[in-house]
Design a protein around this ligand. Structure first.
Ligand SMILES: Cc1cc2nc3c(=O)[nH]c(=O)nc-3n(C[C@H](O)[C@H](O)[C@H](O)COP(=O)(O)OP(=O)(O)OC[C@H]3O[C@@H](n4cnc5c(N)ncnc54)[C@H](O)[C@@H]3O)c2cc1C
Length: 478
């Protein structure tokens, strides 16, 4: 693939400005560009020639045509909440960032078809609210839902807390519309649940992290809104007990179970950093906490079901203590602990983040091995484990000793990560369960691919983006 040759003269930027108007163009050196060039973690500082803010699909097509003609690399950006530097490019300014934030219309709900069509720049929470206003549910749910965009969720194939019942973003998307790297429009908003006409190209765009095109529209599945939601916060003796409890919960609650999160007790101090009012709803100290939720229609007695489960778990010696939420506000307070511990880590300091997945049968052993590895080899570094255990997805993060400079954390962290990735590879797991590859995990992504897989991935990239202008350096090397 020929490398893109950035040749963004001021006349190219002028052409982009004239297509997008003053409100759609921010010079890369302007102070207003800053928020598009720094990521949520604050680990990466980016640079760009300009930030482009199209407000229609036609504007996206026009700007892509100009960039393709002059080989100016494009970095699509949604809510900029990604955790792997997919939407941030450091080094000297050489790219244009295309923010979809002004392309954010809800196009419409088809209540009979249980579908919602929306512009890609709509914030995830806006989709959830629109579905709820029709007494339906869009189940994708993650801590960043007030800022991330559906286009970003599609581009990263986001997961979150409800994957257990509803699947990843990939499972929720029925149709897509995207501007390809030559400026043409790929239309696939069929609203069909079954459609076996040849290659399913939208599946290639989902999870492609802005490397194959710019998603401009999305059609998603909606679901009946559960009238009964039961949430429990539980204390257990170990990750092994938590996973045994999960097996029991699946059998007792079947597919009504929507979330099963584990929280190592060491995370609570971090939640407190974000919210000093954090109160754990448990009697006594428990090494591992479980936050589980089930949802059902009013015809089913969800409370009886969860009580039966907890009774059985107590009898089996799997459960130490637990509280069932008595109201939505009570349940929200449980979930706040889970959200605050993520914010608290960012507040505490720069740290090592992972997004590991293994088979359900290996979750507890993987956490124990990772803990042993860190505690035996990295004195002063503190492991923190939590995550979507019901999907085999654990965020095994490591807090560095206080006082280490950002550079030292980054440098030593790379070595530490190598150890953790080696360990998860030994379990046949993945170094990226839901966050993607971006720029920060590109090297390990390519290292793990077989030569055949490398060839296929490079061929897909070349077929969509022969000039290599779409998000170069993300996922595929530039
Ligand atoms: C507090 C917090 C909690 C989180 N929890 C979860 C979680 O539980 N599960 C999970 O999966 N992730 C989680 N994330 C990560 C992040 O929110 C998701 O990856 C999200 O899907 C990113 O969406 P975004 O709109 O912010 O995309 P961005 O960060 O802007 O971009 C991410 C990638 O997608 C590309 N992209 C963005 N928009 C488009 C588009 N329209 N067309 C083509 N490419 C595009 C970008 O180029 C980039 O490569 C969390 C992040 C935070 C900060």
């Amino acid at each position: 693939m020929p490398p893109a040759a950035p040749s963004a003269t001021s006349s190219v930027l002028e052409a982009l400005r004239s297509v997008l108007g003053a409100a759609g163009f921010i010079d890369g050196t302007a102070p207003e560009a800053e928020r598009y060039l720094r990521d949520w973690t604050d680990d990466y500082q980016g640079a760009a020639l300009a930030v482009l803010r199209p407000r229609s699909v036609e504007e996206v097509q026009a700007l892509v045509r100009i960039c393709a003609k002059h080989r100016v690399p494009i970095v699509p950006q949604g809510g900029n909440t990604g955790l792997v530097a997919g939407a941030i490019v450091d080094g000297p300014p050489s790219v244009v960032v295309v923010s979809l934030e002004r392309l954010n219309r809800i196009r419409g709900i088809d209540a009979v078809n249980f579908t919602l069509r929306v512009d890609a720049g709509a914030v995830l929470q806006a989709l959830k609210d629109a579905a709820e206003s029709e007494d339906m549910l869009f189940p994708l749910a993650l801590g960043a839902q007030g800022s991330c965009q559906i286009g970003g969720n599609v581009a990263t194939n986001a997961g979150g807390i409800n994957v257990l019942r509803y699947g990843m973003t990939r499972d929720l998307v029925l149709g897509l519309e995207a501007v390809l790297p030559d400026g043409s429009l790929w239309e696939g908003m069929t609203g069909l649940r079954k459609d076996n006409r040849g290659y399913d190209l939208k599946q290639l765009l989902i999870g492609s992290e802005g490397t194959l095109g710019i998603v401009t529209g999305v059609e998603v599945k909606l679901f009946p809104r559960p009238a009964n939601v039961e949430t429990a916060y539980l204390g257990v003796g170990s990750f092994a007990d938590a996973m045994a409890l999960f097996g029991m919960a699946r059998r007792v609650c079947s597919d009504l179970l929507t979330a099963f999160e584990v929280i190592g007790s060491e995370c609570i101090a971090l939640a407190t950093l974000s919210n000093p009012e954090t109160r754990v709803p448990l009697e006594g100290e428990w090494p591992v906490h479980v936050l589980m939720e089930l949802g059902c229609s009013s015809a089913i007695d969800g409370r009886a079901l969860i009580e039966a489960l907890l009774g059985e778990a107590f009898e089996a010696g799997l459960l130490g203590d637990g509280t069932i939420a008595q109201s939505r506000a009570h349940a929200r307070a449980f979930w706040a602990i889970r959200e605050d511990l993520v914010e608290g880590q960012a507040k505490r300091s720069r740290h090592i983040r992972t997004d590991l997945s293994v088979r359900l049968s290996d979750v507890a052993r993987m956490i124990e091995s990772a803990r042993t590895y860190v505690l035996s080899n990295w004195p002063g570094w503190e492991p923190v484990a939590y995550g979507h255990a019901g999907d085999g997805n654990i965020h095994f993060n490591v807090m560095p000793p206080t006082g280490l400079s950002a550079g030292e954390v980054r440098e030593r962290g790379t070595e530490l990560l190598d150890g953790l990735y080696g360990l998860v590879r030994g379990f046949g797991g993945s170094f990226s369960a839901e966050h993607g590859v971006g720029r920060s995990r590109r090297a390990v992504y390519w290292e793990w691919l077989t030569p055949e897989q490398q060839k296929t991935a490079a061929a897909v990239k070349a077929a969509f983006d022969p000039l290599g202008i779409m998000n170069p350096g993300c996922l595929v090397s530039d």
